[in-house]
Write a protein that binds this ligand. Structure first.
Ligand code: SF4
Length: 436
C-alpha cells in the first residue's frame, strides 16, 4: 500500500542534511506528508554517516531496535554513506530493511520505492560515482533564510583515515549554470545566506578543465546575484586554498570572512602518514598569506589526535599549532579506525587513555582561546542575519559573518533581515549584543 507519511532521520554532515531535504522534496512531490514523529510514519528513512564508528553504531542500534518491534509493517530505507559502505550486507543483519540507497542514488528514491511496493522485495542501489543532477529546486528546506547548495560531490584526496572517497566516489563538479539558477531561485524565495557544500569545495572545476572555471570563478559569478547577501563554503582542503580564493574573500561583498582550514595534525610526519599532501610549514605559510590578505578572517579547523604512531612530541606540535594559529572554531577528534581505509591496516597503537588525555588537553586549550577571542570582540559592531527568536524568548538570535551566534533584544519583524549589533558580552559561545 502506498505510504502516506514519511519520517527521515539524518546523521552526519551538512551534505547529508541537504540530501535529506532533496529526498523530502521527492517524497512531497509524490504526495507524502512529512512527520517529525517516527511512530506516525508509514515510511522511515535513515540517512546515515560512516565517518565515525560511533555514528555507525548508533544507527545500527536504532535499526536493530525497529526490527524487534512487532507493530504494523512500515517501509524502512537506509540511505547515506553507510548504505554505500555496507550495501546488501545490511540485509543480513537487518532483514526488515526494505531498501538501501547510496549517496549517489538519491535520484532513484521514487523508482526504488515503486519497486519495493510492487514486488515486496528488497532493493539496493549504490553507484560508485555521482552523475545524476538532483532536483534541488524541489528540495524541502528546513531553514527559511539559510540554504545549503551542493557544488561538488565526492573526494579525490584519499586521506588515509577517511572513508569518503570510498563511500561517495570521485569528485564530480556541478555545472555552474545549474548552481547559479538554484541560488537565484533561493534568493527569490527570500534566502539571505547560502553555504556552498562539497567534501572539498575548493577543488571545484578541477575535474572539468574544459569549463575553464575554478572555485573562485564561481564565487565571482555568485556575487553578481542581486539580493544574495552572504556566501559561505564548507569544507576546504588546505592544498586547494589559493591566493585567488583569498583575494575573492577580500574583494567580494557577499563572501563571508570565515574559512574552515582543517589542519588535522601539527606534525609533518603525521600529515604525511595521513596523506594530507602538505607539510606543517606549507600550511603555516598559507595561513600567514590568508591573514595578510584578509586580516579580519575567522578560522576554523579539524584536528585528529592519537593517529597511529603519533608520539607525545608530535601531539605537542598539534598543540603548539593551536596556540600559534588561535582558531575561532575547532572540531577535535580522537582517531578511530574506519573499515576500508588504509589506516585501518595499521596498528591503532595509541592507547585510548592517551588519546583521551590529548583530546582533553587540546580541548581545554581551544576553549580558553575561544573565550579570549570572544572577549577581544566585545565593543565591535557586527553584521547579523536575524534567524529566529531565541529559546529565552526575550531575545532574537542571529549569526555573524564569522559564524558566531548573537542574541539581542528586538522585534519579530527583524527576523530574516540583516542588522548591525554592537557586542557587549558573551555567554559560552554566544555573544550578547545591542541592536544599533
Ligand atoms: S579531503 Fe581527506 S578528509 Fe576530506 S573528505 Fe577527502 S579524503 Fe576525507
Amino acid at each position: 500500500m502506498e505510504p502516506k507519511t514519511f519520517y527521515i532521520r539524518t546523521y552526519g554532515c551538512q551534505m547529508n542534511e541537504l540530501d535529506t531535504e532533496v529526498m523530502a522534496g521527492i517524497l512531497a512531490k509524490r504526495g507524502l506528508a512529512q512527520t517529525e514523529e517516527e511512530n506516525k510514519a508509514d515510511l522511515l528513512i535513515f540517512n546515515t554517516c560512516s565517518i565515525r564508528d560511533l555514528a555507525e553504531r548508533k544507527v545500527m542500534g536504532k535499526l536493530g531496535q525497529l526490527g524487534r518491534q512487532t507493530k504494523r509493517k512500515r517501509i524502512i530505507g537506509v540511505t547515506g554513506c553507510m548504505a554505500n559502505a555496507k550495501k546488501e550486507s545490511l540485509f543480513q543483519k537487518l532483514p526488515h530493511v526494505d531498501f538501501v540507497l547510496g549517496t549517489n542514488n538519491i535520484h532513484d528514491l521514487d523508482t526504488v520505492l515503486d519497486e519495493v511496493l510492487h514486488t515486496g522485495e528488497q532493493r539496493v542501489r549504490t553507484d560508485e560515482d555521482f552523475y545524476e543532477e538532483l532536483d534541488y529546486v524541489a528540495a524541502k528546506r528546513q531553514d527559511p533564510y539559510k540554504a545549503y547548495v551542493s557544488i561538488i560531490r565526492g573526494c579525490d584526496k584519499y586521506c588515509t583515515y577517511c572513508v569518503v572517497p570510498y563511500t561517495r566516489g570521485k569528485e564530480v563538479s556541478r555545472v555552474q549554470k545549474s548552481i547559479l539558477e538554484e541560488v537565484k531561485d533561493l534568493v527569490q524565495k527570500g534566502y539571505r545566506e547560502i553555504t556552498l557544500l562539497g567534501q572539498n569545495v575548493n577543488s571545484y572545476g578541477k575535474d572539468q578543465p574544459q569549463w575553464g572555471a575554478l572555485f573562485h570563478d564561481l564565487l565571482y559569478e555568485l556575487d553578481k546575484i542581486e539580493g544574495l547577501t552572504r556566501v559561505r563554503f564548507l569544507t576546504s582542503h588546505p592544498v586547494d586554498i589559493t591566493r585567488n580564493l583569498m583575494e575573492a574573500i577580500r574583494d567580494l561583498p557577499s563572501l563571508c570572512e570565515h574559512v574552515h582550514f582543517p589542519l588535522q595534525a601539527g606534525s609533518s610526519r603525521v600529515l604525511r602518514k595521513m596523506h594530507r599532501i602538505y607539510t606543517k610549514e606549507e600550511y603555516f605559510e598559507k595561513i600567514a598569506l590568508l591573514r595578510e590578505i584578509v586580516p579580519n578572517v575567522a578560522l576554523g579547523t579539524d584536528m585528529i589526535v592519537g593517529f597511529p604512531t603519533e608520539t607525545e612530541e608530535e601531539f605537542c606540535e598539534t598543540y603548539e599549532a593551536m596556540c600559534e594559529i588561535r582558531y575561532d572554531n575547532a572540531f577535535l577528534y580522537t582517531y578511530s579506525p574506519r573499515k576500508g581505509t588504509p589506516a585501518k591496516r595499521w596498528a591503532d597503537d595509541v592507547p585510548e587513555e592517551v588519546k583521551n588525555d590529548r583530546h582533553q588537553r587540546l580541548l581545554a586549550l581551544h576553549t580558553q582561546i575561544s573565550v579570549e577571542k570572544m572577549q577581544e570582540k566585545i565593543g565591535e559592531k557586527v553584521e547579523v542575519l536575524v534567524e529566529r527568536r531565541n529559546k529565552d524568548a526575550r531575545y532574537l538570535k542571529g549569526l555573524t559573518r564569522c559564524w558566531r551566534n548573537v542574541i539581542f533584544v528586538g522585534d519579530d519583524s527583524l527576523i530574516g533581515t540583516i542588522q548591525t549589533v554592537k557586542l557587549h558580552g558573551h555567554s559560552h559561545h554566544t555573544f550578547l549584543g545591542n541592536l544599533l
